[in-house]
Design a binder for this molecule. Structure first.
Ligand SMILES: Cc1cc2nc3c(=O)[nH]c(=O)nc-3n(C[C@H](O)[C@H](O)[C@H](O)COP(=O)(O)OP(=O)(O)OC[C@H]3O[C@@H](n4cnc5c(N)ncnc54)[C@H](O)[C@@H]3O)c2cc1C
Length: 382
């Protein structure tokens, strides 16, 4: 049994834990990432890597604020990773075509564009003619869309590997296969983190444990209501440059990679901690893809997989310090947006832990907002 001294311990080595660890280390802090199994193999690996734009950091909506702040932080993070590793994480501004599929498609596209424009994001309405000119492979069923030229993507499996290398080269300690760590408390603070083969004595602990965070928070009386929401994916091969940007239609999407791979996603299923693909899930994604682009029927399937999004009732993360425990923090529950929101979340956690204040308002992201008597939102889980 090894005993290790001070420093900040992050429990969970997904994109949120790794990014936070790197930023903390950049500020000279001793940091350890304790990962139950393998680094970067859960939701952060499974995701599509879509990074919607944002420009309204003072917005009333917590979602818009965090997305906008993160959007700004992506370029700083990319510069840092490039400096530390010289490797390409596949970050590209690729644009996204948001298809309107309602009966009043033209009006829906106008409303969608106005919503983005109100945030200061570039948004161009495409009518049937300009849609077909830009996307000649689409079926004729779609007659209006919005083009978001600032929409970006990252190759998340590459990004995670690069984050890990950057963390290691910066001096972050990484403990993998740690199993379920337990937290020991005394006098209103965490005194130790115990795994099967070591005890850490942290100055602070941050829970970056994705869909698994709920159980860890329960012992501190916090009802996080974080639960796993399965998302299935299908990867196809179509040829490089075939699709000129991301395509979104409701909760479904196609994401083209530069080397000719194409992702079709995704389902939203409340089935516990089950990561299996199902016939219905994969069939639904293939039907969506082929209805949108009939010629995809002949594309080879490369792979299918599923991941567990950390879902919350409002789809937003719990971010901040846990009341009643002076050195315990949380950054979890990012649902469909954890890749996009990871650099902003990491910067906020870093500033909170080191300076005691956040760079943006955390109104609407509070850790205790779902605890008994606090949550005033709709009762349905999204
Ligand atoms: C199919 C799919 C598509 C998605 N597409 C996008 C997208 O396009 N854009 C976007 O922004 N987001 C997307 N997401 C969401 C995004 O992937 C998640 O919100 C994000 O990855 C959450 O990151 P995380 O680090 O909190 O969680 P995870 O990546 O799940 O990492 C949590 C880690 O904590 C570890 N852990 C758990 N419990 C413990 C413990 N007790 N001790 C130690 N370690 C522990 C786990 O093993 C895991 O490695 C998608 C998700 C899925 C599933």
């Amino acid at each position: 049994m090894s005993h290790t001294g001070s420093g900040i311990v992050l429990l969970g080595g997904g994109v949120v834990g790794l990014t936070t660890a790197l930023l903390l280390r950049q500020r000279g802090v001793e940091v350890t990432v304790v990962e139950r199994s393998l680094i970067g193999r859960e939701a952060s690996w499974a995701g599509a890597g879509m990074l919607p734009p944002g420009r309204a950091m003072a917005a009333e909506s917590a979602e818009v604020r965090l997305r906008s702040f993160s959007c700004l932080c992506w370029s700083e993070l990319n510069d840092l990773l490039q400096r530390l590793t010289g490797a390409d994480n596949g970050y590209r501004i690729c644009g996204s075509c948001v298809l309107a599929d309602a009966a009043d498609a033209a009006e829906e596209a106008e409303r969608e564009a106005a919503r983005w424009a109100s945030e200061g994001v570039l948004a161009e309405v495409l009518d049937g003619g300009s849609l077909r000119q830009r996307f000649p492979m689409f079926s004729a069923a779609y007659s209006a869309a919005v083009w978001l030229p600032e929409f970006a993507q990252v190759r998340n499996p590459w990004h995670l590997q690069i984050l890990r290398s950057a963390c290691e080269s910066a001096g972050v300690s990484i403990v993998e296969n740690a199993g379920d760590a337990s937290l020991e408390c005394g006098s209103g603070r965490i005194t130790a983190v115990r795994t099967a083969d070591r005890v850490l004595y942290p100055t602070a602990v941050c829970l970056t444990s994705g869909a698994w965070t709920g159980g860890l928070l329960e012992q501190f009386g916090v009802q996080s209501r974080i639960r796993p929401i399965r998302g299935q994916m299908v990867l196809m091969r179509v040829g490089a440059g075939w699709l000129p940007g991301v395509v979104e239609c409701g909760r479904r999407y196609l994401v083209p990679r530069q080397d000719g791979l194409l992702l079709a996603g995704s389902t939203e299923e409340d089935v516990g901690f089950c990561r299996e693909n199902t016939v219905a899930g994969v069939r639904g994604l293939l039907e969506f893809a082929c209805e949108l682009v009939p010629e995809l029927a002949v594309a080879p399937i490369v792979k299918t997989w599923a991941g567990l999004r950390p879902g919350t009732p409002d789809g937003l993360p719990l971010l901040g310090r846990v009341a009643g425990c002076e050195n315990l923090y949380v950054g979890a529950g990012h649902f469909r947006s954890g890749l996009q929101m990871s650099p902003g979340t990491a910067r906020i956690l870093c500033d909170l832990m080191l300076d005691g204040r956040s760079p943006i308002s955390l109104e609407g992201l509070q850790v205790e907002r779902f605890s008994a008597g606090v949550w005033k939102g709709a009762s349905c889980e999204r």
